[in-house]
Design a protein around this ligand. Structure first.
Ligand code: PRT
Ligand code: ZN
Length: 286
């Protein structure tokens, strides 16, 4: 039987769509896994297992799955013996300590002797120990944000993304413990054959990530401005320059990074660029 790489994906929840979308962008057909425990891809040697996110690190450690897509928060909390291979740039959030807006608690130093409710006792206790704060940790599995209001705890330690849950519950963040996003984790003892499949998958994932973070740019410029403009556009190797039908003008093509996108565009305009077109890149193979 030919070798297959087993991938653990969250069955439903906040990481499901990002995980399935990433596989799709990598050209891996797996259907949508509706109510199935596992699905085999028709065009790539992988099998997807749909699981609760909390179980993924353990299943990967025990080789029930070879790799998994899971939040950094869950990987740290479960503390299993797995390799963190690649950040996946979705499921972004932070694990923060929050306190009632109207109360007297202002900073983590005020938490000594207080009660903190959380679903992340491992990460929180490690953090408090580092900061030399002795507080009692009350572990709860859901609806952590209501704990102060019902008198269960003085503060909470929970995941935040938009901040609206904290806002609705009249809580304010006083400390961020961890920034998290989805990660690709792997079993530590993959066979050589499975490593080859993982490398093929990683190559695709990295191409998808690069494409998302870059844009293709086309612009027109007078020939005497070309040097100034290409110094702003290093591109993959160097920009492509083509003469326009109008004498003295050229069309310049290159790739720019999403992070300093607007800055570069402003500088291009200031240096005489006209008719700037920005086009998304579907895949970027380097
Ligand atoms: O059923 P299963 O156990 O698989 O799922 P789950 O309910 O434990 O997890 P799920 O689907 O809620 O989250 C899966 C993962 O998504 C988490 O482990 C994080 O890595 C990531 N993630 C990203 C988040 C959030 N953003 C997030 N905002 N996980 C949870 N939240 C919750 C948070 O706990 C709080 O209740 O959303 C609320 C806060 O959101 P805002 O937008 O109001 O700040
Ligand atoms: Zn969970």
């Amino acid at each position: 039987m030919s070798v297959i790489l087993k991938i653990a994906v969250q069955k439903s929840g906040r990481l499901y769509e990002g995980s399935m979308h990433l596989l799709k962008e990598c050209g891996i057909e797996v259907g949508n896994g509706n109510n199935q425990l596992r699905v085999i891809s028709g065009n790539f040697p992988v099998e997807i297992f749909f699981l609760r996110d909390d179980d993924i690190p353990e299943y990967v450690q025990d080789a029930v799955a070879d790799i998994g897509f899971v939040g950094e928060n869950v990987m740290k909390e479960k503390n299993k013996s797995v390799n963190a291979i690649e950040k996946l740039e979705f499921g972004k959030c932070r694990l923060s300590i929050a306190v009632p807006k109207s109360g007297t608690l202002q900073s983590i130093n005020d938490l000594s002797g207080k009660k903190i409710a959380t679903s992340y006792p491992v990460i929180l206790s490690e953090y408090l120990e580092q900061k030399n704060i002795t507080a009692s940790i009350h572990e709860i599995s859901g609806s952590v944000e209501i704990a102060p209001r019902i008198g269960l705890a003085d503060a909470i330690c929970d995941l935040v993304s938009s901040g609206s849950t904290l806002f609705t519950n009249e809580l304010k963040e006083i400390e961020t413990i961890l920034f998290s996003e989805a990660l690709l984790i792997s079993n530590k003892n993959l066979s050589a054959e499975k490593k080859i499949i993982l490398d093929r998958l990683l190559f695709r994932i990295r191409s998808v990530k690069k494409a998302r973070n870059n844009k293709y740019v086309l612009l027109n410029a007078p020939n005497d401005k070309i040097d100034a403009i290409i110094s702003l556009l290093p591109g993959m190797k160097s920009p492509t320059i083509l003469p326009l039908a109008e004498p003295g003008w050229s069309s310049i093509h290159s790739v720019i990074n999403e992070t300093d996108f607007w800055n570069v565009i402003e500088q291009l305009k200031a240096n005489g660029a006209q008719g700037i077109l920005i086009i998304p890149i579907e895949k970027m193979i380097i």
